[in-house]
Design a protein around this ligand. Structure first.
Ligand SMILES: Cc1cc2nc3c(=O)[nH]c(=O)nc-3n(C[C@H](O)[C@H](O)[C@H](O)COP(=O)(O)OP(=O)(O)OC[C@H]3O[C@@H](n4cnc5c(N)ncnc54)[C@H](O)[C@@H]3O)c2cc1C
Ligand SMILES: NC(=O)c1ccc[n+]([C@@H]2O[C@H](COP(=O)([O-])OP(=O)(O)OC[C@H]3O[C@@H](n4cnc5c(N)ncnc54)[C@H](O)[C@@H]3O)[C@@H](O)[C@H]2O)c1
Length: 466
């Protein structure tokens, strides 16, 4: 008789929970997953990555249609409402659910639809969604992969029909003429692109002094320029004092004395880890003030058999990293070699798209590393000219003496794909990581990938002249 009902019990079926489940099941463990929604996929598939990227894709199609002279006569009026675009975008969610459900079925992972909370460190109670009863399960190892949700300050009335967060904006049933986005992190910048692309007047309120300050300054400046060029009003270094809404509109009062009124406000300033309903007191765990759990490099919490992965452990809070954390954790539990999740690229689906990996110019300058820059503007590539996607740039940072590639920064069409070529070279050991790879390699022509060759030529021409 086994001591526990299952070997591994996972709470949450987002990317982190799913990858931990699949890796454990494939290693022959008896695995069960508890999901508080009626379908799998996590917030990633239902509220975060997937719907927002699908919405952005639909908006990009609209922009291409509106600006492409092949499709329309100049002066023709044409408009799609937000609910219509949203409905088209949301069509991807059931496809995602079907895809991910199959993974559980094929790998014989038992799924419980219900809300989990701890009874003790090996026992979890599940309030089943059908309301029939509570199920109690014991497990040798328990993984918390409960993700995060929008942070909601107590002084803002999120029940009001004009005030939204990144979950409820996916239910907005009208097209605003003017929207305020409070918070200019990744979510705020992505939604600024989406709404301005739909022709909505956008105010983007940033409580810092530049957009996405973790990016290379040149890329962050380019984002500010292009958002403004698309009609977004970006306001830096502003903090809200209060937000009032009534049937006529919503007004944001800023500490600086400014007042902005619009049809809707999207709050995108911060997230909280989903830990408050897990009854963590029962096992002596205490999350931090943002609801996140602290873990060691093996994703183990202070309780030996309880682990945590994904958004619930905080930074970098990405679906991409969550998948890898889940797999790394499963390997650690199984006593296999595992790789720490590091060197995660940034992929930001603004218009234009942004992606980067490695060091920024500021970081290299501060560290006194002698580096050179190679740039290729997309407007100077044949592919960029043919496709009309000529806004953008690839920028390579490399060591002046060794040619080692130190950073790849890209904005423009397909930046999030393009960056992976640089990532592959940067991850080569020793001299395998060298800018010369791009000079000694034949690229398909015409491609956006060719930008690597052009940027490498630009950079190495500079170093050979100096
Ligand atoms: C608008 C938006 C856009 C994003 N875009 C991107 C992007 O482009 N690229 C990217 O890499 N990342 C993106 N992210 C981040 C990404 O969605 C998250 O990092 C990812 O979903 C985290 O995965 P997770 O497995 O930790 O948890 P989640 O996906 O949050 O899933 C956790 C699951 O746990 C369940 N759960 C919670 N508590 C319980 C409980 N007590 N019992 C049972 N089940 C429970 C929840 O119902 C949920 O389904 C975006 C996020 C948002 C909000
Ligand atoms: N393309 C992508 O990769 C993508 C797209 C959208 C969102 N995301 C991820 O979703 C997460 C949320 O993005 P965001 O744009 O809202 O930025 P964010 O949550 O990282 O930060 C926005 C601001 O809110 C503050 N904040 C965060 N949590 C808080 C809390 N609980 N209480 C008070 N203040 C808090 C932060 O300090 C920051 O000033 C990020 O981790 C981001 O990486 C990724």
């Amino acid at each position: 008789m086994a001591k526990y009902d299952v070997d591994v019990l996972i709470i949450g079926s987002g990317p982190a929970g799913e990858s931990a489940a699949m890796a454990s099941a494939k290693a022959g463990k008896r695995v069960a997953v508890v999901e508080g929604r009626s379908t799998v996929g996590g917030n990633c598939a239902h509220k975060g990555t997937i719907p927002s990227k699908s919405l952005r894709h639909a908006v990009k199609q609209i922009i291409q249609f509106k600006t492409g002279n092949l499709f329309r006569e100049t002066g023709e009026t044409w408009r799609l409402t937000y609910p219509r675009v949203l409905a088209a975008a949301n069509a991807v969610i059931p496809k995602q659910v079907e895809l991910h459900t199959d993974f559980y079925v094929r790998n014989r992972v038992k799924l419980y639809s219900g809300f989990a909370s701890f009874i003790d460190e090996h026992t979890v109670s599940i309030a089943l969604l059908d309301g029939a009863r509570d199920e109690v399960i014991t497990a040798d190892k328990i993984i918390i992969a409960t993700g995060s949700r929008p942070y909601r300050p107590a002084d803002i009335d999120f029940e009001h029909s004009r005030i939204y967060d990144s979950d409820t904006i996916l239910e907005m049933a009208h097209s605003p003429r003017h929207i305020i986005l409070y918070g200019a992190g990744v979510i705020g910048c992505e939604y600024a692109s989406i709404f301005s692309g739909l022709g909505v007047k956008v105010d983007l309120i940033n409580n810092r002094d530049r957009l996405l300050s973790f990016l290379d300054d040149e890329i962050s400046d380019a984002l500010s320029y292009h958002l403004r060029d698309n009609g977004v009003r970006v306001r830096h270094s502003e903090t809200y004092e209060k937000i009032e809404a009534n049937e006529r509109g919503v007004t944001l009062y800023l500490e600086s004395g400014k007042r902005i009124t619009a049809d809707a406000l999207l709050w995108c300033n911060g997230r909280s880890g989903n830990t408050d309903k897990l009854n963590l007191q029962a096992i002596g765990l205490e999350p931090d003030h943002r609801g996140n759990l602290t873990v060691n490099e093996q994703y183990q919490t202070a309780v030996e058999n309880v682990y945590a992965v994904g958004d619930v452990v905080g930074w970098p809070s990405l679906a991409s990293a969550s998948f890898d954390q889940g797999r790394a954790l499963a390997a650690a539990i199984l006593g296999k070699p595992y790789q720490e999740v590091a060197g995660v690229p940034t992929g930001i689906y603004t218009l234009p798209e942004i992606s980067s990996i490695g060091k920024t110019e500021r970081e290299l300058t501060e560290a006194k590393v002698p580096y050179e820059v190679g740039r290729c503007l997309f407007k100077n590539t044949a592919r960029g000219q043919i496709s009309g996607e000529d806004v953008g740039m690839l920028k390579l940072l490399f060591h002046v003496d060794t040619g080692q590639l130190l950073g790849v920064h890209c904005f423009g069409a397909e930046a999030a794909e393009i960056v992976h070529i640089g990532q592959a070279i940067m991850s080569q050991p020793g001299e395998g990581n060298n800018i010369n790879f791009f000079l000694n390699t034949t690229f398909n022509y015409p491609t956006m990938a060719e930008a690597y060759r052009l940027a490498a030529l630009d950079g190495t021409n500079r170093t050979s002249r100096s």
